[in-house]
Design a protein around this ligand. Structure first.
Ligand SMILES: Nc1nc2c(c(=O)[nH]1)N[C@H]1C(S)=C(S)[C@@H](COP(=O)(O)OP(=O)(O)OC[C@H]3O[C@@H](n4cnc5c(=O)[nH]c(N)nc54)[C@H](O)[C@@H]3O)O[C@H]1N2
Ligand SMILES: Nc1nc2c(c(=O)[nH]1)N[C@H]1C(S)=C(S)[C@@H](COP(=O)(O)OP(=O)(O)OC[C@H]3O[C@@H](n4cnc5c(=O)[nH]c(N)nc54)[C@H](O)[C@@H]3O)O[C@H]1N2
Ligand code: SF4
Ligand SMILES: [Mo]
Length: 713
């Protein structure tokens, strides 16, 4: 390896998934050249996965966005501009639009891949200084149902558990989570736990597909998409019948048991068998494994959250834990796995359009006033109603109500459901600002203004992972061209808008200090954290307060919940199926999701040859019986058609999903070939409580493709 020697190794944090692994970045000639795991990071203890290993190849690509660029219309050519000219242009346009149409006519759409500092500055700017609560994030497509589930069941957002609980659990309920592919380092730890104590640890996996996760489980329940509530209610039904509840815990710490008992009476395992298409005996078995476990941990992600009944699916999981007292102690608890590296940080800073920093709520007058005073704004500056949620924002833009939309660190023209509507919105808006590390992307195609962002390793900041742990990431290399950190871009614009006093920041550290102070006395209090401490003591789990400066492993250990009376809530819920069920015209249920080697819209993993070659094209998984029914053979090209659009892909005939269900990964957007985009098909129906879209179920039909159209489009 001589000649290849690394100049120095520096600690960092993985910018991909919410596991939040600690990385060691090898720097050579001022660039990140190599990645390995950081054995000192308490969340990952030296482990990492393939995506992280190939990070260096994603950094200095030919399509990095290097300079700010402006054009007057979406058909025209971009012209390079200086940052100062760009900020001036943007400030003029924003001022004009706000003067003419009010602050509700502008919107920001951010991402769980922004640092906490960047998120905070964006929120402060929109909600505090511009007076528009229309700042929302792609976490709306991801964690919004988990947020609302925690809030309604336990009193506040925030996973109460820690990764250490994996080493103490006897039962794992993996529901709607392909942990093996999507949270690989957590999956490895679960596997190690199982292999160490095979007779003492049981793994249940609830997933329509026989994924690698399901394959390793002791019990796989191949559930019909959308029917989890019936299953979870039936599990509780069995626990009540078998008297496997913790009555003492319920009496002392939870409200609403009588009503819940009445509700789940109607969900016998037999009833659930019909709804979920899972044999009754497996449902009973799952309930008994969960109910008899000394310590039970549930882990879930998009198979639960991305549903029009996503909040209720979350509540149903909490019901199980509260009924059995499986919370607040080692090895036990409801653990929603976060998707993105800083999905948690975004929730903490109030990145959703109804939230304010420190888990405060826009609709709470006391919360608004606390934040206004802290920001030095007159009382009444923050609008009292929640802003628009992500998809409602795009709907409003398509209807001409949102005139300016500023998209940062997310790629909705590929990742949002029902792309025709998203594209219509982006065409309709008067001003589309896209702040990304790369160009072109599916979304930059619609930009009037392109803002080059520094990406991971080119800026400093903090992120919070799934177990509430905050990690500091240093700047390791210079950004290319004139790219700036996202917080610098937002700060530059804010100053040009005349808000210099509110945005005096010269460093990310100053922003973190301000944000941390604002969290004091909230559940996600990190007021005793600082860059100095995160650098010297390492990553910390919030709450990090004066009285618990080393952080907190587990929430609710004392059985006290952040509700009015200190008790958690049972939520009685009924099963509700997918919004768009199958019928004669569209006889199959399509579910969508991820592949092991790709990250979302592939602006990064798509540039790594090894990863691209592993999964070069989208492939539809179709059950053998359905293939036969529609005259399709393995490896045929098929058309998949929904009420919203069409996809043309190759097909794999399999028995690894239920009859009547098919699966398509969503990593390919229209920019990879118009008919490769799963989101041509998906439905934008949303959960009424969380506004999270139902990306996991829509009705489709398939037929063999005989002829391809000449044009892509
Ligand atoms: N390799 C890779 N890893 C990632 C990401 C990535 O893009 N690539 N993205 C990250 C992000 S942001 C996220 S949110 C997470 C997502 O992580 P996961 O949620 O694990 O990933 P998905 O593939 O979206 O969906 C999980 C599973 O839900 C199942 N499912 C579908 N419908 C239902 C249902 O109704 N009920 C149940 N019980 N299951 C259902 C699907 O078959 C699928 O296997 O992954 C993170 N990690
Ligand atoms: N059908 C279907 N659709 C889905 C899902 C599904 O399961 N099925 N899952 C949904 C979920 S859970 C999620 S989280 C979303 C993810 O969807 P997106 O957020 O749209 O996906 P990414 O590709 O991660 O987009 C991140 C963008 O930010 C850019 N970027 C990277 N680093 C930086 C940076 O530091 N600063 C800036 N400004 N830009 C940067 C990247 O180049 C990329 O364009 O997809 C959702 N869409
Ligand atoms: S498991 Fe997630 S956080 Fe860890 S290295 Fe892989 S992508 Fe990064
Ligand atoms: Mo996500």
């Amino acid at each position: 390896m001589t000649g290849n020697a690394i100049d120095r190794w520096q600690k960092s944090y993985c910018p991909y998934c919410g596991v939040g692994c600690g990385l060691l970045a090898g720097i050579k000639d001022g660039a990140v050249a190599k990645i390995k795991g950081d054995s000192e990071h308490p969340s990952s203890r030296g482990d990492l996965c393939l995506k992280a290993v190939y990070l260096p190849e994603t950094l200095r690509t030919d399509d990095r966005l290097l300079y700010p660029q402006i054009r007057s219309c979406q058909e025209g050519p971009f012209k390079r501009a200086s940052w100062q000219q760009t900020f001036k242009y943007l400030a003029n346009r924003f001022r004009q639009i706000i003067d003419d149409h009010g602050p509700e006519a502008v919107a920001f759409y951010g991402s769980g891949q922004l640092t906490t500092e960047e998120y905070y500055v964006g929120n402060k700017l929109a909600k505090g200084f511009l007076g528009s609560n229309n700042f929302d994030t792609n976490s709306r497509l991801c964690m919004a149902s988990a947020v609302a589930g925690y809030k309604t069941s336990l009193g506040a957002d925030g996973p109460p558990v820690a990764y250490d609980d994996i080493d103490a659990a006897n039962c794992f309920l993996l529901i709607g989570s392909n942990t093996a592919d999507c949270h690989p380092v957590i999956f490895k730890r679960i596997k190690q736990r199982k292999l160490k104590a095979p007779d003492d640890v049981m793994i249940i996996c609830v997933d329509p597909r026989r994924t690698e996760t399901a394959d390793f489980a002791d019990l796989h329940l191949p559930i019909r998409p959308g029917s989890d509530i019936a299953l979870l209610n039936a599990m509780l039904h069995v626990l009540i019948e078998q008297n496997l509840l913790d009555h003492e815990f319920i009496a002392a710490h939870v409200n609403g048991f009588a009503e819940l008992r009445e509700t789940v009476k109607n969900y016998s395992p037999k009833t659930a068998e019909e709804i979920c298409v899972i044999p009754e005996c497996l449902i009973v078995e799952a309930a008994l494994i969960f109910g008899k476990a000394r310590r039970a941990l549930s882990l879930w992600s998009m198979g639960v959250n991305q549903s029009a009944v996503g909040v209720h699916k979350n509540n149903a999981i909490h019901n199980l834990h509260l009924a059995t007292g499986q919370i607040g102690k080692p090895g036990a608890g409801p653990f929603s796995l976060t998707g993105q590296p800083n999905a948690m940080g975004g929730r903490e800073v109030g990145g959703l359009s109804h939230m304010l920093p420190g888990y405060r709520s826009v609709e709470n007058p006391r919360h608004r006033e606390e934040v206004e005073r802290f920001w030095g704004l007159p009382v009444g500056s923050i609008a009292p109603q929640a802003g628009l949620s992500a998809l409602d924002m795009f709907d409003a833009a398509a209807q001409g109500k949102i005139k300016a939309i500023w998209i940062l660190c997310t790629n909705p023209a590929s990742s949002a459901p029902d792309l025709d509507v998203i594209e219509k919105a982006l065409r309709q808006a008067e001003l589309v600002v896209v702040q990304d590390a790369y160009h072109p992307t599916a979304t930059t195609k619609f930009a009037h203004v392109l803002l080059p962002a520094a990406q991971w390793s080119e800026k400093e900041g903090v992120m919070t992972n799934s177990e509430r742990r905050i990690t500091y990431m240093p700047k390791l290399a210079e950004p290319p061209g004139e790219a700036l950190a996202d917080w610098q871009i937002l700060t530059g614009f804010a100053r040009e808008m005349g808000f210099a006093a509110g945005f005096p920041y010269e460093s990310a550290e100053e922003i973190f200090a301000e944000y941390a102070a604002l969290t004091e006395n909230s559940l996600c209090d990190c007021s005793a954290a600082s860059y100095a401490r995160l650098k010297s003591d390492g990553p910390l789990q919030w709450p990090v307060t004066a009285s618990s400066p080393a952080g907190t492993v587990r929430l609710y250990a004392d059985g006290k919940f952040p509700t009015g009376d200190g008790k958690a809530n049972f939520i009685s819920i009924e099963h509700g199926g997918p919004v768009e069920d199958v019928d004669d015209q569209y006889p199959l249920l399509l579910t969508t999701g991820r592949l092991k080697v790709h990250w979302h819209t592939m602006t990064r993993t798509g540039k790594v040859e090894v990863l691209r070659k592993t999964s070069p094209e989208p492939i539809l998984d179709l059950h053998r019986a359905d293939a036969r029914r529609f005259g399709i053979r393995d490896a045929d090209f098929v058309e998949v058609i929904s009420r919203r659009g069409k996809v043309m892909v190759q097909c794999r005939v399999t028995e690894e999903l239920p009859k009547g269900t098919c699966f398509l990964p969503f990593h390919w957007g229209r920019d990879h070939g118009f008919f490769k985009a799963a989101n041509n098909l998906t439905i934008s129906a949303r959960d009424p409580l969380s506004r999270q879209p139902e990306l996991k179920a829509c009705a489709v039909r398939v037929r063999q493709v005989v002829d391809f159209p000449l044009e892509d489009n």
